[in-house]
Design a protein around this ligand. Structure first.
Ligand SMILES: [Zn+2]
Length: 241
């Protein structure tokens, strides 16, 4: 079969804008996705917003508790979707240790914590959930610092995912990642200006509370707070210099 069936051309794949329909956002419980929740509510007040968190074989589920707390704070619906465990990442494989104390400024290549095609899977699942109900926008909170280590955080990926989801759904759903060109510190700066409850969020890849302070994401989080000049409200394990 080739070409687009004429009967679909007037409806399926039509470009909705992001003010149409419901809003579904990927909520991991971390800093970026908590800021994203605030962003969506700020730009679309009064809209129906559903946060979705995924279980995909992570070594710990602490972030899920954080996601629940953030969703509760914002009074938005929250769903947890369980997927088959994803292999091939330090976040999921017991025999792949999480790096500690890496010099992120010198890191090259794909990050050890990259989870194979995770965002593609999440967006596909979200698209399926949302398209069953009606027009919607799917939001995820990737940002520019993720670019080098995470192929599914590139702006090219976001644009391609938007196109694929728009064309592949009956309601022409859209994908939005408003921070994709921003540094993490810029995401944090916007969030602080909008009272995002960062004390409720969890970032540490090791699942520690207090956070370890030395895994890649703890380092990135601490660097963002340092860049903005504000103390991080979550506790960290004390370490001697
Ligand atoms: Zn950590």
């Amino acid at each position: 079969m080739s070409g687009t069936p004429r009967s679909l051309s007037d409806s399926a794949g039509r470009a909705a804008d992001d003010s149409v329909g419901r809003h579904f956002l990927l909520l991991s419980g971390g800093l970026d996705s908590a800021t994203l929740a605030a962003w969506v509510l700020h730009h679309h007040p009064g809209s129906a917003v559903t946060a979705v968190s995924f279980l995909y074989g992570q070594k710990h589920a602490v972030e899920l508790e954080a996601a629940r707390a953030v969703a509760a704070r914002y009074g938005i619906a929250h769903q947890v979707q369980e997927l088959e465990p994803i292999r091939g990442s330090a976040l999921t494989d017991p025999d792949r240790p999480l790096p500690e104390g890496r010099d992120l400024s010198a890191a090259a290549g794909v990050a050890p914590s990259y989870v194979p095609a995770r965002n593609l899977l999440f967006l596909a699942r979200l698209a399926s959930l949302a398209d069953a109900e009606g027009p919607a926008t799917l939001w995820f909170g990737v940002h520019h610092d993720d670019y080098t280590g995470y192929p599914d955080c590139r702006s090219e990926f976001v644009a391609a995912a938007d196109e694929a989801v728009r064309l592949g759904t009956q309601h022409g759903l859209r994908v939005r990642a408003p921070f994709v060109e921003w540094a993490k510190a810029d995401v944090l700066r916007w969030g602080l200006q909008h009272d995002v409850p960062y004390d409720l969020t969890h970032s540490c890849y090791q699942g520690w509370r207090p956070a370890c302070g030395v895994c890649d994401t703890c380092q990135a989080r601490l660097a963002a707070f340092a860049a903005v000049g504000v103390p991080d409200p979550i506790p960290y394990v004390p370490r001697s210099a």
